[in-house]
Design a protein around this ligand. Structure first.
Ligand SMILES: [Zn+2]
Length: 144
C-alpha cells in the first residue's frame, strides 16, 4: 500500500509524489528543485488554480482577496502565520479577485476576504470575513 501524496509545486506547478511521512522533511520539487512548502501562501491564477485544486492530495485553503480591500490587507499577515502552522498538511493559497475576475465569478465570491477550503477538487467549506491566524487554523482543523 502506497501512502504517497500528490503535492503541487507552488513555483512551477508540477505534481510531485511525496511519501506522507516525509512531508515534514521540507521536500523539494523534483522538477524545479525549490521547496514545495515555503511557509507562504501560493499565488494562484486562472492558469494554475485548477491544477492546485484538482491535483493536490492535501486540502487547499484559498484566500479570495483584493488589493483595495482594507480587511484583506489586515488579514494578509494572519494568513501567512496560519500557513506556517498548517503546512505541510494543508496548502494555503491566495487569489487576487481583481486580477482574476473569472475565478471570482466562477466561485460566486460576493464579499472579500472569503476563505474557501477545497479537498479532492471540491469546495467543502467557506467562510467570509477577516479572521485571525488562530481562528483560521482552528477553522481549517475542525474541517479537515
Ligand atoms: Zn517546482
Amino acid at each position: 500500500m502506497s501512502d504517497a501524496l500528490h503535492i503541487v509545486c507552488p513555483h512551477c506547478n508540477a505534481v510531485n509524489r511525496i511519501v506522507a511521512g516525509r512531508l515534514g522533511e521540507r521536500p523539494n520539487c523534483g522538477k524545479c528543485h525549490q521547496p514545495l512548502f515555503t511557509g507562504h501562501p501560493a499565488e494562484l491564477t486562472a492558469a494554475t488554480f485548477q491544477q492546485h485544486i484538482g491535483r493536490s492530495d492535501i486540502p487547499v485553503l484559498v484566500d479570495f482577496w483584493a488589493p483595495w480591500c482594507g480587511p484583506c490587507k489586515m488579514m494578509a499577515p494572519q494568513f501567512v502565520q496560519a500557513a506556517a502552522q498548517l503546512e505541510p498538511r494543508v496548502r494555503l493559497a491566495k487569489v487576487n479577485t481583481e486580477a482574476e475576475q473569472m475565478l471570482a465569478t466562477q466561485f460566486a465570491i460576493r464579499s472579500i476576504p472569503t476563505l474557501a477550503l477545497f479537498r479532492g477538487g471540491r469546495e467543502v467549506a467557506r467562510q467570509p470575513g477577516a479572521m485571525s491566524a488562530s481562528d483560521i487554523v482552528q477553522w481549517v482543523r475542525s474541517r479537515s
